[in-house]
Each structure stands twice: as structure tokens, then as C-alpha cells.
Design a protein around this ligand. Structure first.
Ligand code: HAM
Length: 427
């Protein structure tokens, strides 16, 4: 009997709601931040990833799906999204546009990994890239966008880990110190790390093997080696994050599995599997475009795995309908006079970009309220003869259980002011 290939999955009809909601939220947040969508092919010339991701990385050494096509070209199914976006940036002369060019994408990614929960051979990423500025305000914006995206889904307990891995001026000194440190700990290293020690010592910090992890504690910290420009870039970034009240943990041993990073790197860890599998990650890559044949162009970006997001939503009991609870109203009538108003009230709400519905048939007020409760609407508007005569409505906040009589205009303002973080996703 045929089965889906190991490390892949069918997305069945019953799972589609979660997928659609996550993709729609990605689109919504990118629209808010004015990042524009780009789609690139799912395969590229192999050379793009050799040069882009780096020959010493696990991705290039062990995980790429590479084949020769019928014309003899070396082709690779994309193992990540950033190098293809940079290729497109160069190919389409996007340096002629106002910088930074801000792009986003979603789609399948292929890595030949040992499959386990949350680790797949085909997974899907949502990613953003801000290309063409070295200003730390864009590192902060990318993190802000990521944070807002997760919050809008109602995910709780995420932590942001932050580090700077310097630049080609300051990193060599650090690598020398790291090499020196590890030369004293060779016997504690796993076979992979023993091999990588001289070629790509930064990778050693990232190894999940227990004895390698123990050895990391005590290794020199890159933050102590940053040159002045990298140091002040990092300080500025932290200042922006503080101002946005985005909490972070400094992790001086955070490096990422791709070679292109310079300066800022970050990862977002979910509540349960701390230190295990990041839900998202990214950083700055100021040399990548030049390495791929473009002119020197600094850039920063982030990507997140949709399967891992959905896994975390499910772990936290967040249903897809909970995610939409934001600007959503159930209009309820108290009597015949009220019933004649519900269509117009719903239309006014909809004109104001607020999702609105009501029942049909002759339901009692109690039964309508029950329906409103199970619809997941955080707001209910009640209207009856009394309100009609005063040109008012009753606005009920379902999460708080409070209500007030007010004008429809005022109700719309209140509903519009509600922030994603206030959404009652924990019901
Ligand atoms: P990455 O950390 O390799 O970064 O992948 C981004 C996210 O994709 C991870 O945090 C994780 O959620 C998800 N992911 C990665 N591998 C798998 C897998 N085998 N199964 C399921 N989910 C997975 C990048 O790929 C960079 N291109 C991110 C970036 C964008 N940096 C700058 N711009």
C-alpha cells in the first residue's frame, strides 16, 4: 500500500481551518507592515544554496534534495527561502526601488531530516525579508512583525532569544578564541563536532548532543568580542525592542544553522519544548546578496514553520475559530422592533471592517445569547424597542461579562480599539 513519503503529511480537510487561519494571519500582519508578497520557484540551481547557505552547514551537507534534471542541470528543492529571495532581488534589479525592499512569502521547504514531531522532510514556512538597509530599526521591525504575528494567533509562553554574531571584522578573533577553547575539549565532542571543529567552529555551539552542550557552557562569548560598530548596532536594536516592550533573553551562544548571518540572530522558542525546536528564527545577513553576485546589500529577515505553529496552537487548545475572535460581533434582538434593526446594524459594523452576524427565525433572547456564546464572538450587540427609541445599542463584552448602553458609533470605536493581545483566546 502506498503511503505519503516519510517526513511528509497530507493536510486533511479537518486540519485545513488551522492552516487557512495561520496563512491569513501572516498575510494580514504583512499588510499591516506593508511587506509585499513574492513567490519564487520551489527548485533552484544547486549552486545558489551552496554559496548562499554555506557548504559546511548540515543543510548543504546532509539535507538537500538535489538531482540532475533531464537537461543535465543540478537542481535542488529549496531547503530555505532567503537565498531564493535574494536571487530574485538581484535578478529583478530591485536595488532600483526605494530601500529596504520588504517582502514576504509562504510555501513548502524541503530538508532531508530524521523525521520526528515537528521535524519534517517537507514543511512550510512563512518568512519576511527587509533588503537594502543596515539600520537596526529594521532588525527591530522584523522581530516586531514576528511577535505581532504570534500574538495575533493567541500563542502564549513564547520566548525570544537574541544574540549578535558580529561581522567579518570582529568574528575572526572570536573564532580564534573559540578554536583555542575547543582544542582543550576535543575529547568531549561528538564525531560530527570533532570534524567541524576546525572548519566551522561556530556550529559547535549549536550541537544538540548532550556532551557538546555541556562543553558550550564555559566557551568564550561572542558578545565580548564585538567590534564597536557591531556593538552599537546591537545596543540600538535592544533599545528599539525595549521601547516596543518586546522582552528577550540574551543568549550569547545562539548561532543559527545557516552560514549567511552577520550581527543580529534570534530565535523564538515555544513554551513546552524550550531549547529544543524553535518555532521561528532569523537574523541579519549583510553579505549574502554580494556573495550571490549582487552589489553589497545589507538585509535582515525571519521565517517560521507553519507545522510547528499549528502544533503549538493545538497544544495550547487554540481552535482556528478562536483566532478570529477579534473584531467580531453577534447582533441580538430583544423584540420585534429590535429584529427590524439587526440587518442595518450588522451592515454598519461590516462597513467598519467588523465581522458581524445575527440569527434568523424567532429565537428567544436567551437562545440568541447562547448562539452568540458558542459563535466565539467577543462582543454582542443587543437591540430592542428601548434602544431603537433612544438611538442606542447595548454593547456586551463576552469575556468580561460587562455591558453598557451606548451609541452604535461608540460601540464601533470600542470594538475597533481592541488589540490582538486582548482577544479572549483562552476560552
Ligand atoms: P530556519 O531556522 O532554518 O531559518 O527555519 C525557520 C523555521 O522553519 C524554524 O524556526 C522552524 O519553525 C521551521 N523548520 C525548519 N526546519 C523544519 C523542519 N524540518 N520541519 C518543520 N519545521 C521546520 C531559515 O530557514 C531562514 N531562511 C530564516 C531567515 C529568513 N533568516 C533570515 N531570513
Amino acid at each position: 500500500m502506498f503511503k505519503a513519503p516519510r517526513g511528509t503529511q497530507d493536510i486533511l480537510p479537518e486540519d485545513q481551518n488551522h492552516w487557512r487561519v495561520v496563512e491569513a494571519k501572516a498575510t494580514e500582519v504583512c499588510r499591516l507592515f506593508q511587506y509585499k508578497r513574492i513567490d519564487t520557484p520551489i527548485f533552484e540551481q544547486t549552486e545558489l544554496f551552496l554559496r548562499g547557505v554555506g557548504e559546511g552547514t548540515d543543510i548543504v551537507e546532509k539535507q538537500m534534495y538535489t538531482f540532475e534534471d533531464r537537461g543535465g542541470d543540478r537542481i535542488t528543492l529549496r531547503p530555505e527561502g532567503t537565498a531564493p529571495i535574494c536571487r530574485a532581488y538581484i535578478e529583478h534589479g530591485m536595488h532600483n526601488q526605494p530601500q529596504p525592499v520588504r517582502l514576504y512569502y509562504t510555501g513548502p521547504i524541503f530538508r532531508y531530516e530524521r523525521p520526528q514531531k515537528g521535524r519534517m522532510r517537507q514543511h512550510h514556512q512563512f518568512g519576511v525579508e527587509a533588503i537594502g538597509s543596515s539600520d537596526p530599526v529594521f532588525d527591530a521591525q522584523v522581530i516586531d512583525l514576528a511577535w505581532r504575528f504570534y500574538r495575533s494567533l493567541g500563542l502564549k509562553g513564547l520566548t525570544l532569544q537574541l544574540n549578535s554574531i558580529g561581522c567579518s571584522d570582529c568574528r575572526p578573533d572570536y573564532l580564534a578564541a573559540l578554536g583555542y577553547y575547543y582544542s582543550d575539549h576535543v575529547n568531549n565532542l561528538c564525531p560530527d563536532c570533532s570534524m567541524r571543529r576546525l572548519r566551522s567552529p561556530l556550529r559547535l555551539l549549536d550541537c544538540k548532543n548532550a556532551s557538546c552542550q555541556d562543553t558550550v557552557t564555559g566557551a568564550p562569548r561572542i558578545l565580548d568580542y564585538l567590534c564597536q560598530p557591531c556593538g552599537s548596532h546591537f545596543e540600538e536594536l535592544k533599545g528599539y525592542l525595549d521601547k516596543r516592550r518586546i522582552g528577550y533573553e540574551l543568549n550569547p551562544y545562539l548561532v543559527r544553522g545557516l552560514d549567511y548571518y552577520t550581527r543580529t540572530v534570534f530565535e523564538i522558542q515555544p513554551a513546552e519544548v524550550r531549547g529544543q525546536s524553535a518555532i521561528g528564527g532569523g537574523g541579519r545577513y549583510d553579505n549574502l546578496i554580494e556573495q550571490l553576485g549582487g552589489r553589497p546589500t545589507p538585509a535582515v529577515g525571519f521565517a517560521t514553520g507553519l507545522e510547528r505553529i499549528i502544533m503549538n496552537l493545538q497544544n495550547q487548545g487554540i481552535r482556528s475559530e478562536d483566532v478570529w475572535v477579534g473584531r467580531k460581533v453577534f447582533v441580538v434582538y430583544a423584540d420585534e422592533a429590535g429584529k427590524r434593526e439587526v440587518l442595518a446594524i450588522a451592515a454598519t459594523l461590516q462597513d467598519n471592517n467588523i465581522s458581524a452576524t445575527f440569527t434568523s427565525g424567532d429565537y428567544s433572547l436567551k437562545s440568541q445569547m447562547r448562539q452568540a456564546g458558542s459563535s466565539g464572538s467577543p462582543w454582542v450587540i443587543v437591540v430592542g424597542q428601548d434602544e431603537v427609541s433612544k438611538d442606542s445599542v447595548v454593547l456586551r463584552n463576552m469575556a468580561k461579562g460587562t455591558q453598557e448602553e451606548t451609541s452604535l458609533g461608540n460601540a464601533i470605536k470600542q470594538i475597533g480599539r481592541q488589540r490582538p493581545s486582548d482577544w479572549p483566546v483562552d476560552r
